[in-house]
Design a protein around this ligand. Structure first.
Ligand code: ATP
Ligand code: MG
Length: 239
């Protein structure tokens, strides 16, 4: 279980994440939504040690992650993708994923490449395995990052806006993939997405941030009928 308790993150005077507490259980798929600038990515950065919280604690099972370095948190079992994909563009698709396997599990190069190929098949990028990453479109780069995250064999994967720009069919495949990450790999998914229909249909639970604070945490149906959530999305903020 991943547990955040009273997590805040300030940048100078700006409180980007404000006293947020939540838990994500094993093999759960939890959505994280909220208007632009609500603090969603900052919360991911706090959990993964990119920008450690100013206050509060983050615990994975019995292990305190607060204040640990990003690579330590990744090794402890929390992997992520980035809102803007961070890939090694000179390398091939399979090499990018194999890096994750070597890093996360200490696999030999040969073993890492075998596992990387299996993950590319799982994610649907096996036909591009030997292409340079520079040739992939943005949507496929995000899938590649997801495969690389899975290669570290995490307990939790944090997915930041992977669905934008996908066709409805691609989006359906993506939500099926996230479901299979849970059911076939036993990994919990914490998923930021602006495509509310997709996230409503594919998650067990949704957490809503607004101006850094958690304003709702419940089933998709509960969140959809929440008055505060409706208000947060009014006023021309596109979701
Ligand atoms: N490194 C940083 N330095 C200063 N301010 C930051 C930094 N990162 C984020 N912020 C600010 O924190 C607030 C929350 O930003 P964040 O990126 O977490 O929002 P978000 O919910 O992910 O939005 P979006 O849906 O647009 O991706 C914003 O006001 C943003 O400008
Ligand atoms: Mg963001």
């Amino acid at each position: 279980m991943l547990r955040a308790t009273s997590v805040s993150k300030s940048f100078g005077g700006l409180v980007a994440v404000d006293d947020v507490t939540f838990e994500i259980g094993d093999e759960e798929i939890v959505g994280l939504i909220g208007p632009n600038g609500a603090g969603k990515t900052t919360l991911f950065n706090a959990i993964t040690g990119v920008h450690p919280p100013t206050e509060g604690t983050i615990v994975l099972d019995e292990t305190e992650l607060t204040g640990s370095k990003p690579h330590e948190i990744a090794r402890a079992g929390v992997a992520r993708t980035f809102q803007t994909a961070r890939t090694f563009d000179e390398a091939t698709v399979i090499e990018n994923v194999a890096i994750g396997a070597v890093f996360g599990t200490g696999d030999s190069k040969a073993r890492a490449e075998t596992r990387a190929y299996e993950l590319l098949e799982f994610i649907g990028l096996d036909e591009q395995a030997h292409d340079p990453v520079g040739e992939l479109n943005i949507a496929d780069r995000k899938l590649l990052e997801l495969a690389r995250a899975l290669a570290t064999e995490p307990a939790f994967v944090l997915v930041d806006e992977i669905g934008s720009g996908l066709t409805p069919t691609e989006l359906e495949t993506l939500t099926e993939t996230l479901e299979r990450i849970r059911s076939e790999h036993g990994i919990s998914v914490f998923w930021i997405e602006h495509i509310v229909d997709a996230i409503m249909g594919a998650t067990d639970r949704i957490i809503v941030l607004n101006q850094g604070a958690k304003i709702a945490d419940g089933t998709p149906a509960e969140v959809q009928s929440d008055k505060q959530v409706a208000e947060a999305y009014l006023g021309g903020v596109e979701v």
